[in-house]
Design a protein. Structure first.
Lengths: 650, 650
């Protein structure tokens, strides 16, 4: 190096290499414990640590001591309100899952109690959910006919609930909560909307009073089933259904207009049930084609440990149903819990929630409950009713207990069509077309994912919709890595800043220097593409310069600011780009390689090949250095042209 | 805005939104035509376009006119050299695939001719490959026993070759060549090594002269099979095998020492075959436990269109085998072709290669050939022998044709053990432990992928190894996006540059300002993680400041330079981070959002929420602005503290 060498003000640092165990520990911690749950255990005596651990796993121990009577008053009101929703919804959704109605009531008793102890959300109201109910009936119904073999079907439903709980709890314990993150917001919007549409379609059976109905859930099968049975439509049933649906929708409309009237909406389902039952009782409509619930057993949840069918030939179907419904339940529940937590400015812990959901379903499956989660509608009512803590779930459970012990005979005359109306009213709220329009405005691809999920669910099946949406979401991530953007950078006038010419049309080209930015980690999946793309940039630039007769190209600067990582394929790609550049008499310069990248470039001796002096801290410094070289050699440009293979031009 | 407002020198540009069709076109072009193959068609008359298109699809038309006699001389020598390798290798690999030996010879006749016309590589020598042969025998062998039902087995092998060809050609035509990129370099090293180990293990059957042998390929089964049959080992066979193996390895050692002696290595297999055959013929060893090839039919490839078993019940197995072997063949062939092209400084087109491979396999399957690709060993010999173009493949095919027409009876006494020795010698070269060590040095994760592929192949099966390796590679990409790094930035002394404190320990904190950098696109898969991670950074920083008694935190700057993309979940995450910051009385500031990100932030009204004046072109400018605000308010810090929710502090 002569004294003509440009003195670079800063050097790119190669961070000291950490020992393998240390860096493994760091990355494991970031992967599984990003929220650093052990923070509070630091520097505490052992006894305190034990109490903290207990409070960590059973949050009620943490907040119960601070619980006040004022809170209790609010929680009682909220609890009774959601109980009035829970009873008819429980019966309806059990009906949707093709399970005995009483199972729906059982499911609103034990799981809320378990959640109240273990859950970290103050607003979540526990209960059965429509989508999971639909999934159970469609997935298990394929294996066992619920009408022909109700006992086995019930056993499978309980077994799948057990596995859903085990799966949820293990996700939480193994800190794999991020699995749920792979259901993107767009997927959930589309999926929920599709499921709600399907559930509404299924309710046409109840509304029209049909006895036979298809077991398929797709639009085409349902429509065919309905229109081939037109002569069996029961107008009494239809009229009753439409009246109640109208009533439910009108009450919701009023509640939405004025949130102080939320209780109108909350009470409407129970009111419908009471009115419907009275009507049937008085008019004996059950003898004129209006189906009713019929006898409901009095008494609390019977134990059902012995019903879990681990030896059944359908065990695999039960496990599969459990895993899918478990994930869906978690995704909805955690998202709902999180939304309300943000509203009230507190934090919920995803992994802790998963353990709570898992435990409540395991406990539920042993006490005749089927899958429960945190339904949005019930949670919203709970929130509007002013709940202060999970105690509202305990109040709800108590109310349901009283119902189970004393009030079940009252539901004998409840018409099924009212239940259908309740389900439809709840489902129409889940078809969130405004969210879909918002997705379209902000991100076309997200909207596509959402529509794919919707169409998949409505025209295919719930599973198909889910698989399509998740695959599309993952493909997008892979495509981002497989086809990263590359940008041409230019100088922002009056600064040392270089930015994409696409984004900043005022940015100026630097003569003789091509500045490229790569926008993603350089991995095997994109190494070939990037090599071709970079050589195309060089080709196009040389072409342009040739046609305009400007000075020829001497330097190619690659801005690595956005390259977060590189693998061995990526390093080979850089080596090939360098060979390619050398062959054309161009000098390859790197700007701002990040710590992980520079470490690997160092390990693979690429830095030696390119020369440490050709790696700069910023694009600005790289350009300055290139310009310096260019002008020093202007007297004798051949010095550059003739020694294209030489690493050290000076 | 008062006159106390800091005047920002540059503004972040929101690029004009392109019409949907236009941006769709751009992204489709980048995804499928990154090499811009239509470039040369621009501004050409129609007739010229037609000629160019023909030359594009049939490259021989492009280079044949420039072909010289000097080239031809070189190609003849190279072609004869690789033919001497092709004949024994063809027979050996057909043996490995449990196919009649003659099929191996047929496969070195038609496919090279097809490739010579369509391929774009000048060095690739076409032929059967060991790994694909092994895959065929292990995958089809599961369905049909090649000894009990050789006709059906052969039909299935031809059918799978047909589908492999169709799959390869369609990948090329649909410009989906990047599918092959998902087999990373590390995967291929591990997979090839594992497959070579497995193939060597299989050859112990031939070396030890065993008649019965396991159909499994894993180490445990093979070892059990060998050691339970110790009494059936044939020493004659073993001795012969070891001698030839030693001969082959020693010749390779010499060739490696001096590349001018490459022909020793190239000729060694044919020499072994001749020596072995003579030995058996003279000593009548075939009657003493040394198995020989036996009768080989004279004549060229018979047509086999009618053998393609499209109606077979095993069609699905054939298709699956075809797709997997097709991908493996492509991955190896394209990688080999590319390596030698880089060596000789010319370019090969991945998609064109795929079409060539596909056409040669489709043609092959109709003329009694099984799957062919570009084996590394044969290509290396071709290259060393000084080939100049694909004409060497034509010469090889001609030599094989002569063999088929006149010389097949000479192979009657060729002992199988010599073929085993040839295969083992070739395979030992594929176990690239040096590459594995290099991977370990440069990238631990890549090394893990490589080892997983190796172990999976050796202890499980070829498919298991492949699935494990591909899954791990994809998981890595997903994990990169799911758990992006976040860095704390500091000021590099005497500059406006801000870099990670981890990488540059000299970088200084800015009092009152927390500067974070996010290192990946913000997608649904990492939105939750990033929200938690950012709030942990803030928490930790506040904790640190509290314990040291320094000034409290007022600004959080997020450097978005490395955030290439964002989706709706990501935008919600930013909104939540902003709410969170507001609640703590902190101001959120963004630096350098990229064009795609700023467009979406604009569409979703996030810019309005955060305030356009809080988005800066560089971290440096953002810090300057923050410092300006801090000092203007120093007289009355309560102005900041008391109005945490206010967007416009000034």
């Amino acid at each position: 190096m002569g004294n003509m060498e440009y003195e670079c003000p800063h050097r790119v640092a190669i961070p000291p290499s950490k020992p393998l165990a240390k860096s493994l520990e760091t990355s494991l911690k970031e992967t599984f414990f990003p929220d650093d749950p052990f923070r509070q255990f630091k520097n505490q005596p052992l006894s305190r640590k034990f109490v903290l651990a207990l409070q960590y796993f059973v949050p009620i121990l943490e907040w119960a001591p601070r619980y006040t009577f004022d809170f209790f008053k609010s929680d009682v009101i909220a609890g009774i309100t959601i109980a009035s929703l829970a009873v008819p919804q429980g019966i309806s959704y059990a009906n949707l899952a093709n399970l005995p109605p009483i199972i729906g009531l059982y499911s609103s008793f034990v799981p809320p109690l378990v959640y109240a102890m273990l859950g970290s959300s103050k607003d979540l109201a526990v209960g059965t959910v429509a989508v999971a109910s639909l999934l159970i009936s469609s997935m298990l119904g394929k294996e066992v006919n619920p009408n022909q073999n109700p006992t086995l079907y019930l056993q499978l439903a309980l077994t799948s609930t057990f596995f859903a709980g085990v799966f949820q709890a293990s996700l939480g314990l193994l800190r794999l909560g991020f699995v749920v993150d792979f259901l993107s917001h767009a997927t959930i919007v589309g999926f929920m909307g599709g499921a709600a549409t399907v559930v509404c379609l299924q309710q046409l059976k109840g509304i029209l009073g049909l006895v036979h109905f298809t077991h398929e859930t797709d639009l085409v099968s349902v429509m065919r089933s309905i229109f081939t049975q037109m002569h069996q439509w029961r107008w009494e049933s239809g009229v009753l259904g439409c009246c109640f649906l109208f009533f439910l929708l009108i009450t919701r409309y009023f509640s939405k207009k004025k949130t102080a009237f939320f209780w109108i909406n909350a009470m409407a389902p129970l009111t419908s049930v009471i009115l419907g039952s009275l009507l049937v009782f008085l008019t004996h409509a059950e003898k004129h084609g209006v189906q009713v619930i019929g006898h409901l057993k009095k008494g609390l949840n019977p134990l059902s440990v012995s019903e879990l069918a681990f030896g059944s030939p359908f065990l695999m179907a039960a496990i599969k149903t459990g895993i899918i419904t478990g994930v869906i339940g978690l995704a909805e529940g955690v998202a709902v819990g999180r939304s309300f937590a943000i509203f009230k400015n507190y934090h919920i812990d995803g992994n802790k929630e998963m353990i709570a959901f898992g435990m409540m379903n395991i406990a539920g499956s042993c006490t005749s409950c089927y899958l429960t989660a945190g339904p949005f509608s019930r949670t919203a009512v709970n929130f509007n009713a002013g709940c202060k803590s999970a105690v509202s779930n305990i109040v709800m459970a108590t109310a349901v207990m009283i119902t189970l012990l004393f009030l079940t005979p009252l539901f004998h005359y409840t018409p099924l069509v009212v239940l259908s109306a309740i389900i439809i009213a709840a489902m129409l709220g889940l078809i969130d077309y405004e969210a879909a329009i918002h997705l379209w405005k902000v991100d076309k691809f997200d909207c596509m994912v959402c529509m794919a999920a919707y169409v998949g669910v409505v025209f295919g099946s719930v599973e198909i919709g889910l698989i399509i949406a998740v695959t599309l979401s993952l493909l997008r991530v892979l495509l981002f890595v497989a086809r990263p953007r590359t940008f041409l950078l230019g100088n922002i006038p009056n600064s040392m800043v270089y930015r994409s010419i696409d984004q900043y049309p005022i940015a100026n080209n630097v003569p003789g220097v091509l500045i490229l930015q790569i926008d993603a980690p350089i991995y095997f999946a994109n190494a070939n593409y990037l090599r071709e793309r970079v050589s195309r940039w060089i080709y196009e630039e040389e072409d342009k310069l040739k046609s305009t007769g400007e000075a020829s190209l001497h330097y190619v600067i690659i801005d690595m600011s956005a390259v977060g990582s590189i693998d061995t394929s990526g390093i080979s790609m850089l080596e090939e780009v360098k060979k390619n550049a050398d062959r054309k008499g161009l000098k390859l310069v790197l700007a701002n390689p990040r710590s992980e990248v520079i470490k690997k470039l160092d390990n693979s001796k690429f830095i030696e090949k390119i020369g440490q002096e050709w790696i700069y801290l910023t694009v600005g410094e790289a350009v300055t250095a290139c310009n310096f070289m260019l002008h020093t050699h202007k007297q004798n440009p051949a010095a550059i042209e003739l020694q294209p293979q030489d690493n050290n031009i000076v």
